[in-house]
Ligand binder design. Structure first.
Ligand code: ZN
Length: 444
């Protein structure tokens, strides 16, 4: 991941067994309790397979030579996850496989090393795709940027479940994160204590993803290629995502006829038909978004026209494995535009724009002051037209950045807008604008 939806109320968990719950949810097409559960609790899938549901999960296979774990969870949850693991098995961790280098998957690796030291075991060998170390290097280079954007994105997540970014964490990548010992390019196989595993590289949420096939268990380990919310293929503040490549990995997974699917977020899935259903639904929406966006681009549409025209079927968005609670389709469309086009949105005025504040001052002087803009923005927001309302209030705030009254209204508008949104990413950005204006309007 990057990171994931605000963990929903753990008191609402009624079905302890995640496999039982996922079968119910998929068969009904409806979820009556949380599916992304950050409980740090371990569930045994069979004698030799377990999953610790966290932010993100740890998936564990037991072999005669020791445990193989997929992902280490995040820095904040790592210790609790290891504790749950140790409540199940005390064997040494032989290998740690990173599904990708997002911090909620690698940040807990320090806790696994500390555990090995405590028990007098050798450190696990760490595996990952060759782009994982490149990602970690990028995190070092863009440390402050990453702290800033993730604080905005996850501003609403409790530090207990999040990355600890709301506490002035000086480093984005925790110092004790273990870098991969072994990297591969396209595919590799690994045999540990008689357990054969195939690692496959596939782009999707990231360019460093590994998904695994474990033939003796007919099991797929999918990392963030399955996350039980709308795919994180649009994220406004992050690097390029790969929607079409993501869909093609899902199609490839379907061809394995797996009986068990172990994701890094959300519920494990059991049964060939359920696995096929969920994987095809995700692939379908991604393929449709790319097809429709590219068709409009080929027809000469502007980015603004494309984001207003391309939609995902509402029925699909209601499915518990596709709800836009984290990312959302409109952001995926922008990401597709960036991927197949360039950064320019096809508005000639925006190719080489004026200073925002100059444009705002010009408009304000044309309408005779900020007041008409502020009252119209308020009226539009009250009628639920936040898109238009926010443009107007931004003109007012850019023209008079110190005006407490303008910022008071701006804070109100973004508060309402935040409440009207479903995705964590929209909520995070609007909450951050709200806080910025609250600080200015209440400044003595
Ligand atoms: Zn993740």
């Amino acid at each position: 991941m990057s990171l994931h939806p605000k963990p929903r109320d753990l008191n609402k968990i009624r079905t302890a067994d995640p496999v039982v719950l996922s079968s119910q949810v998929i068969d009904l097409g409806r979820a009556d309790e949380p599916t992304n559960r950050v409980s740090n609790e371990l569930s045994e899938i069979d004698d030799d397979i377990a999953i610790v549901e966290s932010f993100s999960h740890m998936v564990v296979f037991r072999t005669e030579e020791g445990l193989v774990t997929f992902d280490a969870s995040g820095a904040q949850s790592g210790e609790a996850v290891v504790e749950s693991l140790r409540g199940w098995r005390t064997d040494p961790v032989h290998s740690l496989v990173y599904t990708h280098g997002h911090l909620d998957h690698v940040g807990g690796s320090g806790a696994l090393i500390a555990d090995a030291d405590k028990l007098g075991y050798e450190h696990p060998t760490v595996f990952g795709h060759e782009n994982v170390p490149r990602r970690l290097e990028r995190y070092e280079k863009t440390n402050e940027w990453n702290i800033l954007i993730n604080r905005r994105q996850f501003g609403g997540v409790s530090p207990k479940h999040g990355l600890g970014l709301s506490h002035g964490h000086p480093r984005f990548l925790p110092e004790d994160t273990v870098w991969p010992d072994v990297v591969y390019t396209d595919e590799m196989s690994l045999k540990v204590g008689g357990l054969e595993m195939e690692f496959h590289h596939g782009k999707g949420e990231t360019d460093d993803h590994t998904w695994a096939w474990v033939p003796s268990k007919k099991a797929l380990v999918t990392g963030d290629l399955v996350i039980w919310v709308f795919p994180n293929a649009g994220n406004p503040q992050k690097v390029q995502r790969y929607p079409l490549e993501w869909a093609s990995v899902l199609r490839q997974m379907i061809s394995y006829d797996a009986e068990l699917l172990l994701p890094a977020h959300g519920l494990p899935i059991s049964g060939k038909d359920r696995i096929r259903r969920v994987l095809s639904d995700i692939a379908d929406v991604l393929e449709a978004l790319v097809r429709d966006t590219v068709a409009l681009m080929n027809g000469g549409a502007s980015l603004n026209e494309v984001i207003h025209e391309v939609k995902v079927d509402e029925d699909k968005l209601g499915l518990p494995w596709l709800q836009p609670l984290y990312d959302e389709p409109e952001f995926v469309v922008r990401n597709i535009w960036r991927m197949y086009g360039g950064w320019w949105d096809a508005d000639p005025a925006s190719l080489k724009p004026s200073l925002q504040s100059d444009l705002a001052s010009e408009l304000v002087s044309l309408v005779g002051g900020v007041s008409p803009l502020v009252s119209r923005a308020q009226e539009l927001a009250e009628n639920g037209d936040f898109r238009l309302s926010c443009h107007l209030i931004e003109f007012a705030a850019n023209a008079e950045p110190e005006n407490k009254k303008v910022h008071g209204v701006r804070a109100e508008i973004y508060k309402m807008r935040r409440a009207s949104e479903s995705s964590l990413m929209s909520k995070g950005v609007f909450a951050s604008a709200m806080r910025e204006s609250e600080a200015i309007s209440s400044d003595e």
